[in-house]
Design a protein around this ligand. Structure first.
Ligand SMILES: *[C@@H]1O[C@H](CO)[C@@H](O)[C@H](O)[C@H]1NC(C)=O
Ligand SMILES: *[C@@H]1O[C@H](CO)[C@@H](O)[C@H](O)[C@H]1NC(C)=O
Ligand SMILES: *[C@@H]1O[C@H](CO)[C@@H](O)[C@H](O)[C@H]1NC(C)=O
Length: 387
């Protein structure tokens, strides 16, 4: 019975998929990096998919995990249930650092990827990801502004309500982007601190994130449910990289901003002194973990539970939130996939899962049902896609 229904879902999905242009030899950022490192010799990689591939839903039968039939959700997530009364009192703004990079000129075959019936080149792909990031925020947290920190020399073709582009001087080259990102966060917090002391502006809390995330619940509750933290980070049970740098929340009081800024300055210092040789994607996460775990008496065993906890780290009160709810990522390897918690609030389309972000938005626009969209993500998240 269940098998049959899954097949119905499959057929519908296949029928809905418009013609897809097959492009081989697409290079993702990491592959490009590997290629340049190995002197242009490209290693064989498992082929990535150019269309959504549905698999089994992980977490089946677990009481606190989302249950799906086909791509229909059997449980409603909190957001779907409390849509009309969920808006928190405090004002929250999202902040992301954004830069685009063109494909090398004359790259062949032309670097196009088709999703639905639209083809995107590399720059268009980052722009559509940024736009969908904004779309989700405007659905789940419509009062929230989005602030985009970017290179003053780049001109972002983006004009949307509730979105501000704030140029910040710096070096936004691909190799330095993670380092620059922390610098831009610090510079941004400095500008806010000035505004805060100049005139009594309304308090706005900040959530610094990657732009390849979908916010699927009201995150303002973090600040009211945990009234005493200065800075919040997301953790997972991973020895080498227990903290993900793609989500950092800072309380918008003068104290919160000051301590958040001092904390990031420490991370920046550790990054520059210890981890400059680390892969350009990882240095900030290694520095973040170093700052936290080198704190005397810090108990890393708390990373293995799925429970939020708070601790004092270099003068700041830091709230640790589980990635499983606040930074849920489709699994990166078999065996670590336990399904999707019913209280998932942020889905992170890391690495080769950007196509899934586009498909998810398309699915949500068609059905307006967050839970059903989460089923699509849960069932398609195992596959690596072509962008
Ligand atoms: C989710 O749905 C399944 C299937 O209908 C049900 O057995 C389970 O109790 C539900 N979970 C919650 C927490 O409501
Ligand atoms: C939310 O909306 C639903 C359906 O539109 C309605 O039945 C419910 O009473 C509303 N809840 C609140 C608290 O307004
Ligand atoms: C894509 O397809 C949809 C439905 O088939 C259609 O409504 C839409 O206009 C198409 N968009 C483009 C850019 O061709």
């Amino acid at each position: 019975m269940v098998g049959k229904r899954i097949c119905v879902g499959w057929n519908r999905l296949l029928l809905c998929l418009p013609v897809v242009i097959l492009i081989t030899h697409l290079l993702s950022v990491t592959e490009l990096h590997q290629q340049t490192n190995s002197g242009g010799v490209r290693k064989e990689k498992p082929k990535k998919s150019d269309h959504l591939v549905l698999g089994p839903a992980a977490g089946e039968g677990l009481p606190d995990r989302l249950q799906c039939r086909g791509t229909k959700a059997l449980n409603k997530t909190r957001f779907s249930t409390f849509l009309n009364n969920s808006h928190s009192v405090d004002h929250v703004a999202f902040v992301t650092v954004f830069a685009t990079y063109n494909s090398p000129i004359g790259s062949s075959p032309p670097d196009l990827v088709t999703v639905g019936n639209i083809s995107y080149n590399k720059v268009e792909r980052s722009m559509v990801v940024l736009n969908i990031f904004i779309n989700f925020i405007q659905v789940t947290m419509p009062q929230s502004n989005v602030i985009i920190l970017t290179d003053p020399t780049s001109e972002l073709p983006l004009h949307r309500d509730m979105v501000t582009i704030q140029p910040i001087q710096g070096e936004y080259s691909r190799d330095r982007l993670m380092l620059q990102r922390i610098r831009s966060y610090i510079a941004f917090l400095e500008t806010r601190l000035e505004k805060l002391t100049e005139k009594q502006e309304q308090i706005t809390h900040f959530i610094f994130t990657d732009s390849d995330i979908a916010v699927v619940d009201d995150l303002g509750r973090i600040f009211t449910d945990h009234p005493n933290f200065d800075l919040a980070l997301t953790f997972r049970n991973n020895k080498e990289q227990p903290l993900n740098s793609g989500f950092i929340a800072v309380r918008g009081t003068a104290e919160g901003i000051q301590r958040g800024k001092a904390f990031l300055q420490k991370v920046l210092k550790v990054y520059s002194s210890k981890f400059m040789k680390a892969s350009r994607m990882l240095g900030d996460q290694l520095a973040l973990a170093w700052v936290v775990t080198s704190q005397p008496n810090f108990n890393t065993r708390r990373f293995s539970k799925r429970e939020a906890f708070q601790d004092k780290i270099s003068g700041a009160s830091v709230l640790f939130l589980p990635c499983s709810s606040y930074n849920w990522t489709p699994p990166e390897g078999a065996g670590q996939f336990h399904g999707m918690p019913l209280d998932v609030k942020v889905v992170h389309f890391k690495g080769s899962r950007k196509r899934l972000m586009l498909e998810s938005w398309n699915s949500f626009s068609a059905s307006s049902d967050i839970s059903d969209m989460l089923c699509l993500i849960l069932k398609s998240g195992r596959t690596k896609y072509d962008f």
